[in-house]
Design a binder for this molecule. Structure first.
Ligand code: AMP
Ligand code: GLY
Length: 422
């Protein structure tokens, strides 16, 4: 079978490595992929947003199955365009990807179907938003409606900060069209849990839970990033919480999307906060998380391609989705200065052992050398019988990887370890 994966980061590398385990897979193309994946797939220099070219390539190359991994091509209808040419795909159509593409849509969906989430108001006029802030409780959370590269959420600690956020989104158009509508919502407290799930629109199968570490620096200090590391499973996701999530959130969300005529197939990601009133939805994503995928897929014991095809064919209830009872830890090696400005072009050197467990996010091949080429450069994942062992091993592997200006957090998994001790 010939496969194609749209996207080019660490998440896509993790997906490709897992898909390769299926003996029927003869070739995998990555569009565009990155130089660090060249041993695992064939790189095709077509960008993830070049939908017409993606479709033309898939047809010409007689692709048997396509995986569209990032949010923006999904929201732009990449799956719809591929399916129109008869290419079966993993991922939701545009009318379902809106669950991530519009926060106003997702908040209204949750309100309509009674799915627990933070209380909120939607604004299309700046003056009304500013007036509302006069009496809103502080801290308050301001969210741009559309996709904003993960930067469209501001937690305002003062009324002034909240007003500045509203002005930057609605007047200065910091996020372009994404900020034409905004959501102002209640600030929630509690540990966060990421649950990725497979769904075919009839069944939801949660994957092993995970915990992201979004801030750049140790102790959850510094700026928000795309994610500096992950662990799985998440100790806050107890059996009791999992049961409530299935009943109060996962199934109701799938059913709500069906009722709206927007059946969701693919990976539905639930960003949850475990509040004192129970689990609540912080956000939905219409795709695998990055770097959650880098800890979740190494723990998947079932064949990924078979499970993905079951979401497409509507046969998920008959398909085994088994996870190991081990733990995993992924440490992201970034370029110093990320998420602001940073230098790139440094040679990456790693031991064979580290390479085998590395998912490359931002690198290029030049004259046979692998050079850093992004903010997040790579993630290294260890799996072990216990979480403490996985963490120790992930850091030992990180020590076997070198490039100038490499930077990584030293405390990935620390909060989870504390929770285990409680
Ligand atoms: P999002 O892009 O929606 O995932 O938001 C980014 C991060 O902002 C989340 O991972 C949370 O840590 C935080 N956040 C978002 N919404 C809220 C909320 N209502 N209350 C507290 N924190 C929030
Ligand atoms: N790690 C968070 C995300 O993928 O959105």
């Amino acid at each position: 079978m010939k496969l194609m994966v749209v996207g080019g980061g660490g998440r896509e590398h993790a997906i490709i490595k897992k898909l390769k385990e299926n003996p029927n897979v003869t070739e995998i193309f990555a569009l565009p992929g990155n130089g660090g994946m060249a041993d695992d797939c064939t790189l095709v220099s077509i960008g993830a947003l070049e939908i017409e070219k993606i479709v033309a390539f898939a047809v010409e190359s007689k692709i048997d199955y396509a995986v569209v991994a990032p949010d923006d091509p999904l929201v732009l209808g990449c799956v719809d365009a591929l399916e129109a040419k008869g290419i079966p795909c993993f991922g939701p159509r545009a009318n379902a990807a809106i669950i991530e593409g519009s926060k106003v849509f997702s908040k209204n969906l949750m309100k309509k179907y009674g799915i627990p989430t933070a209380k909120y108001e939607v604004f299309t006029e700046m003056d009304a938003a500013l007036a509302y802030l006069e009496t809103a409780p502080i801290p308050t959370v301001i969210k741009a409606d559309g996709l904003a590269l993960g930067k469209g959420v501001i937690i305002a600690q003062t009324k002034e900060e909240a007003k500045t956020a509203v002005v930057s989104m609605m007047q200065d158009k910091k996020f372009g069209k994404s900020g034409e509508q905004i959501v102002i919502e209640e600030f929630l407290e509690g540990p966060e849990v990421s649950v990725l799930s497979f769904t075919d629109g009839k069944t939801v199968v949660p994957m092993i839970s995970s915990m992201d570490h979004k801030r750049a620096k140790d102790g959850d200090e510094g700026l928000n990033t795309g994610g500096m590391g992950t662990i799985a499973p998440n100790p806050y996701y107890t059996k009791d919480v999992a049961g409530r999530c299935m009943k109060e959130i996962f199934l109701p969300t799938m059913q709500a999307m069906n009722a709206e005529g927007r059946t969701f197939k693919g990976c539905l990601y639930f960003g949850l906060m475990i509040t004192k009133d129970g689990p609540k939805v912080i956000e939905y994503n219409c795709r695998f998380g990055d770097p959650e995928t880098q800890v979740v897929l190494p723990l998947l014991e079932s064949d990924l391609l078979t499970v993905m095809q079951a979401t497409t064919n509507g046969t998920l209830s008959e398909t085994e989705v088994k996870f190991s009872d081990k733990s995993a830890c992924c440490v992201i090696l970034a370029s110093d200065g990320y998420p602001l400005s940073y230098q790139k072009g440094f040679e990456i050197q790693m031991s064979e052992k580290a390479k085998a467990q590395t998912f490359v996010a931002g690198a290029v091949l030049k004259d046979g050398k692998l050079l850093s080429n992004g903010g997040r450069v790579l993630g290294v994942t260890a799996t072990a019988n216990t979480l403490p062992e996985a963490i120790t091993q992930a850091y030992a592997l990180a020590d076997e990887i070198h490039f100038d200006n490499a930077f990584y957090r030293r405390d990935i998994g620390k909060r989870a370890l504390r929770a285990l001790e409680e």
